[in-house]
Design a protein around this ligand. Structure first.
Ligand code: GDP
Length: 471
């Protein structure tokens, strides 16, 4: 500062002292202090504004209300294995995709759009919450509504509960589809009863959850379900601006032998055009051709439209965001920078919560809630642990159990922990091998206990910064 003002260090220190700041020449002073001192010494200070390539390249201007139009909702289908997710997606696709000259053969590109009474709906057609969570883990918030499929002859199962908690964590509305109603043993009332335990109370039971009985096999009730999706979406007033460069997320991507990198993109805002230069994560390219799920070639894709594109130089990752940009050279530069940043980030586990450094994170105001996932061998202890944990909140932190279930710790638990900044506690259960690998990779803190008291004790200690280090 002294040299910039063409003064000596001693003069600056003296002025600081006059203002009651006892600093030596090796101390660091903040901008506001420097500004006051400089003024006093007859200089004018200006904050240096550093514009990053990202800011130069990517248009992040807010949309004006008058530019916005309605966009289709983006729907994910979740639920327990074998409850009929794939059957439902297949039924909707075959019943509602308008067959045009392409011959009506729809291909799997990861998402498709249908029209119901003139209103479009976009479905992610990779069923299950794995894809959904993997995307959320990478920061992509792409879904507007979740359809939770529950088989009427089976009821709520572990992955049903996982799906509910994933949708809740993502703060998207859940519409329940009670499937397999064509089966004689179907018992929808029992399922409505079970759902109340997860704060999903049917409308005819005095709640607000839309519950649609359907059969993915006969198609009975599916139209009603789709109308409910449209209604729910309308209440959310989903809007986008088609008149700007496209921005969205990568749904799927792979390397095709003949065509090179192939990626399915979901446009979330703006319009993607054939010929556009795009950057998706660390991959750059030009959209050489675009197709929808019916194999039709498109020149433009507006908001909520999923398209498969070719022309990327590398395969992007599912969940990456993409932007159409004006300057290809700068886009390459940004991609290089992101690659570098990723390398740096993977060597440190930023933003992750662990009991070890919980206290310092609390002190720095980084943590207000301690999110916990509880897995136990029996329902009774899972519930008991949940209740005890939620009682130990103090003024600085609140303990929130975001998922509580019976069974071994699996990969889905780790993904939920990773996206929600949660720790996992297990009682008389162990992580399976995939969970172990993911937890190590994503730096998720997992702790196993045999006694509830030990767990409470350890978390309380961590909240007070009194946890003894683990060796
Ligand atoms: P996913 O694992 O949730 O994707 O479930 P699938 O869609 O693969 O369905 C699992 C099994 O249930 C398959 O054998 C389907 O044929 C059957 N299934 C799905 N929906 C229905 C339905 O509405 N009624 C009957 N009876 N069977 C169904």
């Amino acid at each position: 500062l002294a040299s910039r003002m063409k003064k000596t260090g001693a003069e600056v220190v003296k002025t600081l002292m006059k203002n009651g700041i006892m600093a030596s020449m090796s101390d660091v002073i903040d901008f506001d202090t420097a500004a006051i001192i400089a003024e006093e010494m007859g200089c004018k200070v200006e904050k240096e504004v550093i514009v990053t390539i990202e800011e130069k390249l990517i248009d992040t201007a807010e949309d004006k209300a008058e530019d916005l139009i309605d966009r289709a909702p983006v729907v994910v289908v979740m639920g327990h294995v074998d409850h009929g997710k794939t059957s439902l997606l297949d039924y909707i696709r075959s019943a509602h995709v308008v067959d045009r000259e392409a011959g009506g053969i729809t291909q799997h590109i990861g998402a498709y759009q249908v029209e119901v009474k003139g209103k479009p709906i976009t479905f992610l057609d990779t069923p299950g919450h794995e894809a959904f969570t993997a995307m959320r883990a990478r920061g992509a918030m792409i879904t507007d509504v979740a359809i939770l499929v529950v088989a009427a002859d089976d009821g709520i199962m572990p992955q049903t509960i996982e799906s509910i908690n994933h949708a809740k964590a993502a703060e998207i509305p859940i519409i329940v589809a009670i499937n397999k109603m064509d089966k004689p043993e179907a018992n929808p009332e029992r399922i409505k009863q079970q759902l109340t335990e997860y704060e999903l109370v049917a409308e005819d039971w005095g709640g607000e959850t839309i519950i649609c009985p359907i059969s993915a096999k006969t198609g009975e009730g599916v139209d009603n379900l789709l109308e409910m999706v449209t209604l729910t979406a309308e209440m959310r007033e989903l809007k986008a601006n088609p008149n700007r460069s496209a921005h969205g997320a990568v749904i799927e991507a792979r390397l095709d032998k003949g065509r090179g990198p192939v990626a399915t993109l979901l446009v979330q805002n703006g319009t993607l055009n054939q010929g556009d230069v795009i950057i998706a994560g660390t991959a750059v390219g030009r959209v050489r051709a675009m197709q929808n799920a019916q194999g039709e070639t498109l020149e433009h894709a507006g908001p909520s439209v999923p398209v498969e594109i070719i022309g990327m130089a590398e395969v992007p990752q599912a969940g990456d965001d993409f932007h159409a940009v004006a300057d290809e050279r700068m886009a390459r530069e940004l991609a290089e920078q992101r690659k570098h940043d990723q390398k740096m980030a993977s060597s440190s586990a930023l933003g992750k919560v662990t009991l070890e450094d919980l206290f310092s994170q609390i002190q720095q105001g980084e943590v207000k809630n301690l999110n916990v996932i509880v897995k136990a061998d029996v329902q009774g202890s899972a519930e008991a642990v949940k209740a005890s944990l939620e009682k130990i909140s103090n003024e600085e932190v609140r303990v929130r159990v975001i998922h509580c279930a019976v069974g071994a710790i699996n990969e889905s638990d780790v993904m939920l922990a990773s996206t929600s900044g949660a720790i996992i506690v297990g009682f008389n259960v162990r992580p399976d091998s995939n969970a172990k690998i993911s937890a190590a990779r994503d730096h998720v803190d997992m702790r196993m206990y045999r006694v509830i008291y030990d767990c409470i004790d350890e978390i309380e200690a961590a909240m007070k910064g009194m946890l003894s280090p683990k060796f």
